[in-house]
Ligand binder design. Structure first.
Ligand SMILES: [Zn+2]
Length: 422
């Protein structure tokens, strides 16, 4: 359960950064004057700043007056911000800075974005271009669940970890078990018994390695599941008889037939498990959508759904889990009267929100234009309320079957701890 909450928190964090990157990606410079800076984890900031000072000196050679000024201003701004850090944080640091035209040439405003990535970004890069280079940080935001893999037959075994698309082999083992046919002169029964013992020792040896590797502090908390494969019946017997830690047993999500065992078996397992792996990603979401649907039919007072109803009750404290479509595409806006301080709240589609931004509402009392006070993505807004009011947020992918069903209910719902009385 603990892990699940952790996973959801990190989903929201990634979601927020993805949203910011979407905006950053759209920005275009007047010329080659937008700076992208990637600093790998642990790098000394004084080294980075020295490097930037050299770039500043080099910028003197830029022919265009405006571009030269913009580049130098941007470098200065980046250096100012980096001074707050001794060294690059544990996942590295990504900075985008440059003059962005507001409406045509000459209207540029300096913008800076300093992002601490949710996953390590091991890229060392300084680039000055007419756009920002977001691709390296985007790469790390792709779904990366960690799976434990075990491939075993009677001769060979291997243990590995699949992280995103990267397979890491943690160990390769051979059984040393003699073949089924005894040498001449041996008693058949004795041979069988010895062989059986050797098989058991082999199973226990592999289970011990499995326990050691998968329960490691740097692996176990991230482990989404374990997949076991191999030719024939050995893998099933191994799972039944070997002394595998109960915490790992609970994580076994699939047992798959492969042609090979050992290292080759692991590679084969990755290929064959791909469908299963992508499905597992959605199992968590689907569980919540199923719960929502079941409550709708059986415990109607334990659920609210639809944008208005969910937002109206969000401060009630009764929410346990809030489900929302990942691409619901809505903005939360608050306008404030500059005279009397009265406020108006809106939740709008992105397009309508943009219109309202240009044509703000009037204060009914003072008859003046209200000013935009808050303008944020709805999912982010909800995530910040979730912290305050103690509920979980689960993002639902819309391309899935359960996502499509969920969309028909407005793409937003809350599972309640207790019924809300009006
Ligand atoms: Zn007013």
């Amino acid at each position: 359960m603990k892990r699940e909450i952790r996973q959801e928190d990190s989903d929201i964090r990634k979601y927020k950064i993805k949203k910011i990157l979407e905006e950053i990606k759209k920005k275009k410079g007047r010329g080659t004057e937008l700076i992208s800076l990637y600093i790998p984890p642990g790098k000394r900031m004084s080294d980075v700043i020295n490097y930037l000072r050299q770039e500043y000196a080099t910028a003197e050679n830029i022919k265009s007056d405006t571009t030269r000024k913009h580049v130098k201003d941007a470098i200065t701004k980046v250096i100012e911000r980096l001074k707050y850090y001794q060294a690059s944080p544990e996942n590295g640091l990504v900075v985008f800075c440059g003059a962005i035209p507001v409406s045509g040439p000459g209207t540029e405003k300096m913008e800076i974005y300093v992002i601490e990535p949710p996953e390590p970004v091991n890229v060392n890069l300084y680039r000055c271009d007419d756009h920002f280079h977001t691709e390296y940080i985007e790469e790390t935001l792709k779904e990366k669940e960690v799976y434990g893999l075990v491939s075993i037959d009677v001769n060979d075994a291997a243990i590995g970890i699949l992280e995103g698309n990267r397979l890491e082999i943690l160990g390769k083992y051979t059984s040393g078990i003699p073949g089924k046919h005894r040498a001449g002169g041996q008693s058949a029964r004795r041979f069988e018994r010895l062989r059986e013992m050797a098989v058991h020792q082999y199973y226990d040896r592999i289970a011990k390695h499995m326990n050691q590797e998968f329960l490691r502090d740097d692996i176990f908390p991230r482990l989404s599941g374990i997949i076991v494969g191999g030719p024939g019946f050995t893998k099933n017997e191994f799972l039944e008889e070997a002394d595998i830690d109960y915490r790992l047993k609970k994580k076994i999500v699939a047992v798959i037939d492969t042609n090979y065992a050992g290292e080759d078996g692991l590679r084969e397992l990755v290929e064959k498990a791909r469908d299963i792996l992508s499905n597992i990603r959605y199992v968590r979401e689907k569980r919540y959508v199923d719960e929502f649907l079941s409550r709708l039919s059986r415990k109607h007072n334990m659920v609210v759904y639809g944008l208005k109803e969910v937002m109206d009750n969000i401060y009630s404290g009764a929410y346990d889990v809030l489900l929302i479509l990942e691409d619901i595409g809505k903005k939360y806006m608050v306008f404030k009267c500059p005279k009397c301080g009265a406020t108006k709240e809106y939740i709008l589609d992105n397009e309508e929100a943009l219109k309202l931004e240009y044509r703000p509402p009037k204060c009914e009392k003072c008859n003046v234009d209200m000013e935009l006070d808050v303008n944020r993505d709805l999912v982010e807004h909800i995530a910040s309320l979730a912290e305050e009011y103690g509920f979980k947020v689960v993002l639902i992918s819309s391309a899935t079957e359960h996502g499509k069903i969920f969309k028909q209910f407005g793409g937003i719902a809350a599972l309640l701890r207790y019924p809300i009385t009006y």
